[in-house]
Write a protein that binds this ligand. Sequence first.
Ligand code: ADP
Ligand code: ZN
Ligand code: ZN
Length: 816
Amino acid sequence: MHFIDVIIPIPLQKLFTYSITSAEAEFLKVGMRVAVPFGKSKIYTGIVYNIHTNGPTAYEAKEIQQILDETPIVNEKQLQLWQWISSYYMCTLGDVMRAALPSAFILESETVISKNKVEAFDESILKDDEFLVYEALHHQSSLKIHDVSNILDKKNVLPVIKRLIEKEAISVEEEVYEKYKPKLVRYVKLHANFSSENALQNLLEELSRAPKQRKVVMTLFMISARNKKPVKVKDLAEESAASTSIIKSLIDKGILEEYHIQTDRVEYSGEETEASKRLNAYQKTALDQINDTFKTHQVTLLHGVTSSGKTEVYVKLIEDVIKTGKQVLYLLPEIALTTQLVTRLQNYFGEQVAVFHSKYSVHERVEVWNNVLHNSAKAKIVLGARSSIFLPFSDLGLIIVDEEHEQSFKQFDPAPRYHARDTSVVLANLHKAKTLLGSATPSLESYFNAKQNKYGFVEITQRYNNVLMPDIELVDIKDKQKKKRMKGHFSDRLIEEIAETLKEEHQIILFQNRRGFSPIVECKTCGHSPQCPNCDVSLTYHQYRNQLRCHYCSYNAAMMQNCEACGSQDLDNKGFGTEQIEEEVKLLFPDYNVARMDLDTTRGKYGYEKIITALEQQEIDILVGTQMLTKGLDFRNVKLVGIMNADSMLNFPDFRAHERSFQLMQQVSGRAGRTEERGKVLIQTYNPYHNILQQVSTNNYIDMFNEQMNDRYNFKYPPIYKQIKITLKHKDYNRVETASIWFAKSLRQVFKEHVLGPESPPIARIRNQFHKNILVKIPKQQSLAKTKEAIIKINNSFLSIKDFRSVRVILNVDNF
Ligand code: ADP
Ligand code: ZN
Ligand code: ZN
């Protein structure tokens, strides 16, 4: 008897076991997909995790329905990583599978095949098994895969179906077994009959009466001689100025032969156009030190100030690794923002760069996946956001995590709630590869790890070209308001600096932490502000659509004329967002081009690119934007950065608010004066004596680190303590309250004073679900594995209580 354990893309605690025949056991390999029956009638795509001979004891193993692959699409190292993620982040392998595989690989619906309606189809070209299927389609209009299995009395019927499709006997329905469709490009060549001199001579003579056709044949020759590559129909048509019907008639006559080649959708024609740059002395030292630390450390942190040329150092490391034939993963916080980097790397490495884009289609994802799986020359260097840690690397040599402090490396919802930086360290270890973390403003936990000598540590303290760090000035807006020196949200200092910068024909970036026009509308008469009906938040006013929107559930409504509560028309805008800043700056500087970059203006595949290009081409004088502006962009001509209001970030209710504010402000400031001239940064605030602002303005990372670490010690926060957040959700407030009290009490019996809560979060209701949070703090000396075991046990007892069964429990490890 043979069995396989299968991962199914649903949150099941255990793997499911299916029985297979010995022939199947012979054929199947770990990492292949199989279609398996589940429940009453469901069919799922599963991944073979394990092949063995021990049947399950608790249930009778069902048979698999079919085998979907000829070779594994997931390798063993990936499965080890999945296993680690599932146990570290307390989720199921099914959760990981769903996040890891391109959705095109997961087929749930039934495949249906039907006969092509071709008159006079030549049945003699069909082999016996093909004919059986074809004939069955005379009697019924369509067949399911499993009918085909029955007809042929075997499970692996896909090859037969594939052949039938190739012979154009049948076609399969849209939602069928493979959502991925390769892109085929049409090529032509001269038919083999004319390969001899003689035959060719005759042909050309014959064609002298058909000059257009003759021209096509001649052009085909020219192109082939020139490129020595297959010739696309499209190129031939263009160059010979022939219509496609002329080419078609040549094909019909058997003079030309048509064929198709499968082509990747994302193709870079890019040749390597540039040699990598010569490093300056600081970069060179850093590179040597990194290589040194790699001798003793798996992970090294590179702390290099903004514009110190970290990227060029990465490039040298990448060169060395790909010379050995190994793969490199280059992780970035938000791939859509990295057009600049993609271009830079392509200039150095040409086609070897593959990008795994969050806005890619399912087809494009499959292509990158396959290229990585086969360690293809086209995917030696993979550039991607957090989900690219799931790609099927077979031989990684190096992982670079750029901007390692960025929060977007952590996935919050849905499970797996993994942190891509931390996961990449595990991934690298599986490949015996190294990890380099890079940042101008490292996260406290990475800097702490470096200080503890757990990570290697390397610094670059000088900007490239010795450009000075920007001059940062704090503007006290409380004082300015008192002295009536504010116009809207602009202080006189900011207005002066903007005017000056524009006069010198430099560009300006204005940073505002929020999108939208003004987050809250408030009635001046009664104080009411419109609320989202599904969430406990006030709605945000978006001027552009004249709408009120909820940023949590995307509820929206037209902006009202009168207060809903008292009918007054006196409505006020409280707070301010990017839209309002844009509006005000346009009024202040009407002769200049102002643009805005935030979630609302960057939708669509090329949303960011358009704005970034416009800024690079200096079509924009002033760019207003949110945090998107902070991520590693390199603009030569930006000289002034204005931070409109530092206080909202600082006052955010989160233990990392201060660290984050420091990082954000330093990163935005880093966009100013990156080439020759020193940049200027103005930070407007009600509280210029705040320690963080002092540390930002003096570029004092170490002070910030020490002070924040002190707080973390005192209040038992990461990286001193680990933490797991447990969130309970239910539409009935009383139920979630009782449930969370029960949960917290059980936790307290084990973890004593290290349990906080239950607490309602600042936004207690989202999408009509009430939330309660419980936090478990875990001291360094306490076993993390044991802690998780205890939590899982409590969770299992919790789920066995009837009243609580409908409460959703979310476990979030390292929830920060
Ligand atoms: P970081 O990533 O540290 O912010 P970058 O790698 O973007 O810095 O470098 C900042 C600027 O300096 C870029 O425009 C880059 O092209 C330039 N630069 C960095 N190193 C070199 C070098 N060795 N030679 C020439 N230009 C360099
Ligand atoms: Zn009112
Ligand atoms: Zn809402």
